[in-house]
Design a protein around this ligand. Structure first.
Ligand SMILES: Cc1ncc(COP(=O)(O)O)c(C=O)c1O
Length: 415
């Protein structure tokens, strides 16, 4: 049945399939074709269109990237200006645009960070984070890295070694690292930080935490991160956050770790996704004493700090940090939270996790979550399908109040 509203349009006869998806499946690995077959023709602000003119309210930000809205006009203009300046790429030579971007990133970030390492992907930023912790540990005779089960830190051996759990971590490679200690993730909000699970505290080089656990937007219980921070401070261990999904105002403040308390000053944070709202760029924020421990370390690559990506990212962080956008989000974040909390009364839902503009509905059954995702897509609302007992909801931070209410109404109808 056709649907046409202010923010959605689904034409008669619509079904979830894509000839492009099928054509690409003949040329790309199967593993990259486990996603929803929906062709994206155009994406502007919080709307996505397919090739037939069907239009969705985007609750994915295309995997937590488009914080400033898809095809944000300020970002587009910055990309065009950089292209017209005839400087697309300059390897690791200094460029004015890289200088401007790094300066702005440090200006808006807490002052205890004074070094920025630019990279291309979240996985690379996490690989450098792992390396910095190892390097620090080696210099101080501390060997353990403590992380949490169920986390995802990206592709590549180092990231796989700290993702999932002890058994699963990089099981395909047969390589393991006995110095990595997995603690159980505290899904229960009453969980206390259990020091008995830890190796000797003075031998811990660092804690690496996903700011919240991805698949279900699970946050650490109140006080939990503060206890880790206190212990790390006491014993000289580093505290690092993987801010890939949480950074750039997704949870409200600039960085997601800030929602655990003003006193927390991490040593390293890894940034990506919403850093540009568009082109591939990532960064590690840290301190001079950490990054310069080994001045010869291989911390950059061919495309690190690409000029066009820096231009897009500078425009992005200027846009997201502007007083006007901060003010708008105070209102929309509040509406988002209350609308989400309203969904908690459904008998299909076990729990609703929400903070800032990220939420997850935790279902009792995976099949119910999949059914609701399908219903939403057929009705012009695009949530994040996790292929497990959760649905994630993370619209561009520019979404309007009426669009939030409209899509929550759709989700409610399928619950
Ligand atoms: C928490 C987290 N860390 C790291 C990554 C890896 O980032 P990328 O896919 O840009 O390499 C992701 C990607 O989804 C992520 O969600």
């Amino acid at each position: 049945m056709a649907i046409k509203t202010k923010h959605r349009e689904i034409k008669d006869g619509f079904s979830i399939d894509s000839t492009l998806f099928d054509a690409l499946a003949k040329m790309e690995p199967k593993a990259t074709h486990q996603f929803i077959p929906l062709t994206w023709k155009k994406a502007v602000d919080f709307s996505v269109w397919d090739e037939h003119g069907n239009k969705w309210i985007d609750l994915t930000s295309a995997i937590f990237v488009a914080n400033a809205g898809h095809a944000n006009s300020k970002i587009k203009q910055a990309i065009k200006d950089q292209v017209d300046a005839d400087l697309l790429f300059a390897y690791n030579y200094p460029t004015e645009i890289k200088y401007k971007f790094i300066s702005k990133l440090l200006e808006i970030s807490p002052k205890h960070f004074n070094r920025v390492t630019l990279l291309n992907s979240g996985s690379e930023a996490m690989d450098i984070t792992y390396r910095l912790v190892k390097q620090y540990g080696k210099a101080r005779n501390k060997k353990y890295i403590v992380t949490f089960t169920g986390a995802y830190h990206g592709r590549g051996l180092s990231n796989e070694l700290i993702s999932g759990n002890k058994e699963k971590a990089s099981s395909w490679s047969g390589i393991s690292d006995s110095d990595i200690v997995f603690l159980n993730f505290p899904y229960d909000e009453k969980s206390a930080f259990d020091v008995s699970q830890l190796p000797p505290a003075d031998q811990i080089a660092g804690f690496i935490l996903e700011t919240f656990q991805g698949w279900g937007a699970w946050f650490y219980p109140k006080g939990f991160v503060n206890e880790i921070y206190a212990l790390a401070q006491k014993h000289g261990a580093l505290l690092c956050f993987d801010e890939m999904q949480a950074g750039f105002y997704r949870l409200g403040p600039l960085y997601g770790y800030m929602t655990y308390g003003e006193e927390i000053k991490p040593d390293i944070i890894a940034l990506g996704k919403g850093i540009s709202s568009s082109l591939p760029l990532s960064a590690v924020l840290s301190r001079e004493d950490l990054v310069d421990l080994d001045p010869k370390a291989d911390l950059h690559g061919t495309h690190s700090g690409n000029a066009v990506c820096c231009a897009a990212s500078l425009a992005n962080i200027e846009f997201l940090s502007s007083a006007e956008e901060v003010q708008k989000r105070t209102k929309t974040n509040a509406v988002f939270t209350s609308e989400l909390q309203n969904l908690a009364s459904s008998p299909l839902i076990k729990q609703v996790n929400v903070r800032g503009m990220i939420a997850a509905l935790i279902f009792h059954k995976t099949e119910e979550a999949s059914r609701v995702v399908r219903g939403c897509i057929e009705s012009g609302v695009l949530p994040v399908c996790t292929n497990r007992e959760s649905i994630k909801i993370a619209p561009p931070l520019t979404i309007t109040e009426d669009a939030i209410r409209e899509c929550m109404g759709v989700i409610k109808s399928f619950l």
